[in-house]
Design a protein around this ligand. Sequence first.
Ligand code: 1HN
Length: 349
Amino acid sequence: MSINESITPEDLAARRRLQADLERYNCRVHQPDDPPVFTRDPKVDMQSVHWRWSDLAPLLDRLGREVALAADGPRRTLRLHNPGLPRGTTHTFWASIQVINPGEVATAHRHSANALRFIMHGAGAWTNVGGERYPMSEGDLVLTPAWAFHDHVHLGAEPMIWLDVLDLSLMHMLRATFFEPFPQAEQPVKSVPDDGFRRFGSGLMGPPGLRSASANPLLPYTANMAQNAVRQAAGLPPDPFDDVILEYRNPVDGGPALRTLAQTLQLIRPGFVGRARRHTGSKLYYVMRGNGSTTVGDQHFEWRAGDFMAIAPWAWHRHRGGTEEAMLFQVNDLPALQALGYDREEGAD
Ligand code: 1HN
């Protein structure tokens, strides 16, 4: 029985009269036609979506040729838009593919949103995050934690593309939006241009005794380091849901690399048939190579290299291997849910 069914016609009339008198005091009482406060489980507006590389590639090519990158303007990006939402890829984060042409500078700014970049194709672009400067190569993950100034400059010969993910909708919902341009197009580089990587970049060792830090001091997670790690994990018994999966970690405290967004690297091998699961939180996959398929509710996505896939909260989903081993990069908002105690998960039998 819903709450509304217990409302009698007399009570309904009383509620309507009271509401009319309450309006000018900025108060309300529950009305039967109000949207429900509680549902038994999440009723989700976000849709699960599959974007195919065969569609994205020509669009990115046009974007790079037809759209200008202005100083102090927005980046040149193709946004992965969720048709169930007014904005964003999921209800917490935005994913977009940035195109940068040879010689271009994406000028320095900072914002309260946490951001990450995952390099899809090309070489020769450098990013400067808070004075630390790193080259970006295919398969690298580079973090831009909240409020760090960042600029990108492309010194290579061919257009370059990468995935950008920012926790923008979460930031908007929490009314915590701040933005500031840097006074120059590019930030100066610190005397040690790759300090964090020199201290923490092995992934195994760090300065003795350091157990906490206000923000993750490691900005780049190189393709080599991450892919070697996941290859090593492939010698374990398969994970029933994910086959082979490892998370990118904050090297100081072992937590997620960004406070609100987690990233994983995963192998799904031919013949793998995953168990179905559902959980709160949303996630996005980028297929780096190989192929496979994922069933989400009554949708079936046959994915291959270059494709993206967004999974809505509380949707049953399961993965299957394809004809070639697949490697997938994933971004999810589980750290935010875990921090607030809203994380829940169920696995099918
Ligand atoms: C942004 O600042 C970057 O800094 C990339 O490269 C993508 C998408 C929306 C809003 C800000 C960047 C972005 C973005």
